[in-house]
Design a protein around this ligand. Structure first.
Ligand code: SF4
Length: 306
């Protein structure tokens, strides 16, 4: 099976992180500047739920009152501005409008601004001031949709971005696959399983067991359930310790089997910065792809437009 993704990945992004000065204080930040030319490999859809709500720029900051973003959609929490005005109706309309835009585009992922009572996922605090309980209102919609969610500030770290990108590419490739037969499903798992084991060994073992005990190998509905479990694993970040360990193993297997050699790939215990590790990863990825071999830490070759 071809382990290449040629179509561009579509990503929604909090507009204030795309450089639009739409925050409550008229500020914005071009986080994509960190990606340099790589930014052109993706199709971007910036949205701002607060501006789409009809709240102006600048505006007084808003907060969730009485619960988190999920409670808001259940109508047991509200959104108020600094003067106590209830702006729930506006925020509901603006969030739905942005959400529908992302659905219309059929985005594969969303890059969110952490800390916002709208776009935040794990935190809704502004300069240490709590603006309610996480997730934010828009964040809750994205979580319900099981969107692939990337915190904007992780684009500043070369290793974190490398980790997000390889998983996003694998996620999108697998999500877009039409799985009609058990052997198609199994070939995909075979390509992704080492990466999944690195991310979450326990859940990957569960996937292996479910595959072993498939009750009906002719029923695509059976694969769909497990496909969702695998996509869930791919949404989860790895960490530098696991990344270094598996880089070393996967690189050595490429070296042994396919004679692929890269200068200065170090054993996991060797102390070096995360930027150095990211460079090692990129080098191995490049050399493996030149000779069309699969680097199991980053199993899908992203070649948009090729
Ligand atoms: S965090 Fe979200 S709602 Fe707030 S300014 Fe940025 S895009 Fe708009």
């Amino acid at each position: 099976m071809e382990n290449t993704l040629n179509e561009k990945i579509k990503i929604g992004i909090s507009a204030c992180m795309y450089g639009a000065k739409v925050r409550y204080n008229s500020k914005g930040f071009d986080i994509l500047g960190y990606l340099k030319r790589e930014k052109n490999d993706f199709l971007w859809t910036p949205v701002c739920p607060e501006v789409m709500s009809g709240l102006s720029v600048p505006r007084s900051s808003i907060r969730l009152v009485g619960g988190n973003g999920f409670d808001f959609w259940e109508r047991s929490a509200q959104v108020k501005n600094r003067s106590g005005k209830n702006v729930s109706g506006m925020i509901r309309a603006g969030s739905m409008s942005c959400f529908e835009t992302l659905k219309r585009v059929d985005v594969d992922a969303y890059i969110f601004m952490e800390g916002s009572p709208s776009c935040g996922i794990n935190r809704t605090t502004l300069r240490k001031e709590s603006l309610g309980k996480p997730p934010g209102v828009f964040g809750a919609l994205l979580l319900k949709e099981q969107m692939f969610l990337i915190p904007a500030l992780d684009l500043q770290s070369p290793l974190k971005w490398w980790d997000w990108k390889r998983r996003l590419v694998a996620f999108t490739w697998f999500k877009r696959k039409e799985l009609n037969t058990f052997s198609e499903f199994f070939e995909c798992w075979d390509i992704l399983k080492i990466l999944c084991q690195e991310i979450d060994e326990e859940s990957s073992k569960g996937v292996e067991e479910s595959i072993e005990f498939f009750s009906d190998k002719t029923n695509p509905k059976e694969f769909e359930k497990i496909q969702i479990e695998i996509l869930d694993i791919l949404r989860t970040p790895s960490n530098p310790i696991k990344i270094k360990k598996w880089l070393w193993e996967n690189y050595n297997s490429l070296k042994k089997i396919h004679s692929i050699e890269v200068d200065k790939v170090r054993e996991p215990e060797y102390l070096r910065g995360v930027t150095h590790v990211a460079n090692e990863m990129l080098q191995v990825e490049l050399e493996a792809r030149k000779v069309k071999k699969c680097f199991k830490s980053s199993p899908i070759d992203y070649a948009p437009g090729r």
